[in-house]
Design a protein around this ligand. Structure first.
Ligand SMILES: *[C@@H]1O[C@H](CO)[C@@H](O)[C@H](O)[C@H]1NC(C)=O
Ligand SMILES: *[C@@H]1O[C@H](CO)[C@@H](O)[C@H](O)[C@H]1NC(C)=O
Length: 171
């Protein structure tokens, strides 16, 4: 699930320019496709994978305000469907990255036998990006600081490296 995210971001135009006309028309397209259950429609994929974060955020906000549901709620018709899960994870990762990564970390740490692959991936890729916000979100959700949770679940050089990347205390 996480593998697709960097792939998707690699093709994404990054910028703050917002075109509200476009946001409205693309919100309408998304709503039509989702209502028709045309989840793998080319246009839907293009909108979700190529628009800038700012532009997609405007589209999704308009979708929510205009059609009365968050797009992720409308994509939950079949909660177990892997493709829909992937679409929801992509949207969540783009619109609220700290919530998305907090969840990946929480599941990795809380699992019986830590998921070191997921833990390494998130810490290594987000350390210089938004670890500060992820830590706040982790503390808020779990009432435990992320560095303490990680220290409790890992050991040796691996633990030291993770803690150095996470940063102790307040980042
Ligand atoms: C905004 O998007 C609409 C619809 O795609 C397009 O016709 C218009 O030229 C765009 N406006 C700007 C300022 O780019
Ligand atoms: C998306 O829009 C909401 C509401 O305007 C805003 O609070 C949030 O910061 C935006 N997120 C991004 C990633 O632009």
């Amino acid at each position: 699930m996480e593998l697709l995210v960097p792939l998707v971001s690699a093709f994404r135009y990054e910028g703050d320019d917002l075109n509200m006309t476009l946001a409205k028309s693309e919100a309408k397209i998304l709503h039509e496709k989702i209502s028709d259950k045309a989840y793998s429609d080319e246009e839907l994929i293009r909108i979700l994978t190529t628009r800038s974060k700012a532009q997609l955020n405007a589209t999704l906000n308009h979708y929510n305000n205009h059609f009365g549901n968050a797009v992720n709620k409308d994509l939950k018709t079949d909660p177990e469907d892997e493709y829909l899960k992937l679409l929801r994870a992509t949207i969540k990762c783009l619109t609220c990255p700290e919530k998305y990564f907090e969840k990946v970390l929480r599941l990795a740490i809380n699992r019986l036998g830590t998921d070191e692959g997921a833990l390494t991936r998130v810490v290594a890729t987000r350390a210089e990006v938004d670890m500060h916000r992820i830590k706040e979100e982790y503390q808020r959700r779990n009432s435990v600081p992320l560095d303490r949770a990680v220290a409790g679940d890992t050991s040796g050089d691996y633990e030291k490296m993770l803690l150095a990347l996470i940063g102790h205390g307040d980042a």
